[in-house]
Design a protein around this ligand. Structure first.
Ligand SMILES: *Cc1c(COP(=O)(O)O)cnc(C)c1O
Length: 430
């Protein structure tokens, strides 16, 4: 019995479950090495961006009120611009979440009469109301901004002919979602996005291309602006906040796009000049500094979970051996009880609220009950170890995050232990 197992035993992990997971891990050495390499590359990218912007202790004197002349805020935007290779950036605690950042980017860069195109199928759930696919107050549709969508072929390939046909005089902005989010289509690699960007720009060079970058940051060594996108958008309580940023969103890209967003976020005439950084600016810097290694931990967790469960006969998306483009892992658990037990395993593995049992609830906007497990320092943070799933067949659980690799590893092992204890997974190895 190893010393490490002694720790696991304290949490009720049986020796067989521990050993099975150790064996899975042994086979992942090469893949984890590659992830560490990407993290190292991205760590230096972030470091260089901070040095080039001459970040200093003055940057942490956050402002209040109007926030005029807030050096820390302005430098943080310079750092983001450097990291993601844009002309300008808007990174603010006043951007409340990812949906807000995306809505802001869309509403500020589209005008009445324009058309928005999604060439990658249905966008993330919450954007349906932003766009007006589902009727909603203040949607783009209310402002006479129309929307077209081209679905993926077989839910995975770009429909190039369909996209060509969909682009017209009114097409002003194209939105590409990098991560599958909670759909079952694959997520797109940065180079794949680059191909699509080129195809669209060849047809209509002046069209603006926005990438919903949520969950994709630092997974690869390149980001979408480097392959021709005009604007990337994301949330600071996901990858780039590194688990430390307590709030915020970002838009990085062409100067004109970012300016439009700034005038919309604050006010025409004011733009980026106002917006106090409050007491969160240091965490935004620190979080970005940690983001490459935190993302690597989450990625290792996703791959580990896929391998642990696929080898026990479960369907997983992406597959155990698939190349990763984001940090989300889905596991088809097949029965309601298994979904509940899995989520208990994640909840009981948390540093915060480990003593509560997650209960399914009627979440607004969903057509079935949803269960969520999260014991996070930052409320709703999905770069921290978390799992959720709708209570309907095939009982998929979506699993993501993990600030440190040892913690994600424990969380996954604990989920399996819960399934095993409830006799929901019968396997001679356990
Ligand atoms: C999380 C997410 C969003 C929305 O972000 P919120 O912070 O939850 O509002 C949008 N798109 C994708 C792909 C996401 O993963």
């Amino acid at each position: 019995m190893t010393d490490l197992y002694k720790q696991y035993k304290e949490f009720g992990i049986t020796e067989n479950v521990f050993r099975y997971c150790e064996n899975v891990l042994d086979s992942l050495e090469e893949r984890f090495k590659a992830i560490d390499k990407t993290a190292e590359y991205n760590q230096l990218k972030v470091l260089k961006a901070m040095q080039d912007a001459r970040v200093s202790v003055e940057c942490f004197n956050s402002s209040t009120g109007y926030g005029y002349g807030d050096i820390g805020r302005d430098k943080l935007e310079e750092v983001y611009r450097n990291v993601f290779k844009g002309e300008d950036a808007l990174v603010r605690p006043q951007i409340t979440c990812g949906t807000h950042a995306l809505a802001l980017a869309l509403m500020s860069n589209l005008r009445p009469g324009d058309e928005l195109l999604s060439p990658v199928g249905k966008p993330y759930d919450t954007l349906e109301e932003v766009i007006g696919i589902r009727e909603s107050k203040g949607s783009l549709l209310e402002y006479n901004i129309s929307y077209k969508q081209v679905d993926l072929i077989d839910d995975k390939e770009f429909d190039y002919e369909g996209i060509r046909n969909a682009i017209n005089d009114k097409t002003k902005l194209v939105t590409i979602q990098r991560s599958k989010g909670y759909a079952t289509r694959p997520s797109f690699g940065v180079d794949e996005i680059g191909k699509l960007v080129k195809f669209i720009k060849d047809i209509k060079p002046e069209v603006l291309i926005m990438v919903d970058n949520c969950y994709g940051e630092f997974v690869e060594d390149k980001e979408p602006l480097e392959v021709g996108a005009d604007m990337i958008v994301g949330s600071l309580i996901k990858n780039p906040g590194g688990g430390l940023a307590p709030i915020g969103g970002y838009i990085v890209g062409k100067k004109e796009c970012v300016e439009n967003a700034a005038y919309r976020l604050t006010s025409p005439g004011l733009g980026k000049e106002v917006g106090a950084s409050l007491n969160v600016i240091t965490s935004m810097y620190q979080g970005l500094f940690l983001a490459p290694t935190v993302t690597a931990s989450a990625l290792k967790g996703a791959i580990f979970a896929a391998n642990v469960y696929e080898r026990l006969g479960y369907n997983v998306f992406p597959k155990a051996d698939d190349v990763r483009h984001d940090i989300i892992q889905a596991i088809e658990l097949k029965e309601e009880k298994a979904l509940l037990e899995f989520c208990k395993g994640i909840q009981y593995a948390a540093p915060v609220d480990s003593f509560v049992t997650p209960e399914p609830w009627d979440m607004p906007g969903y057509d079935s009950k949803v269960i969520m497990a999260a014991g996070a320092f930052i409320s709703g943070s999905s770069i921290e170890l978390s799992a959720d799933g709708p209570l309907k067949p095939p009982y998929n659980v979506y699993f993501q995050g993990g600030l440190t690799w040892p913690h994600v590893r424990f969380g996954i092992i604990n989920s399996l232990q819960k399934l095993h204890d409830a006799n929901l997974v019968i396997d001679s190895r356990l």
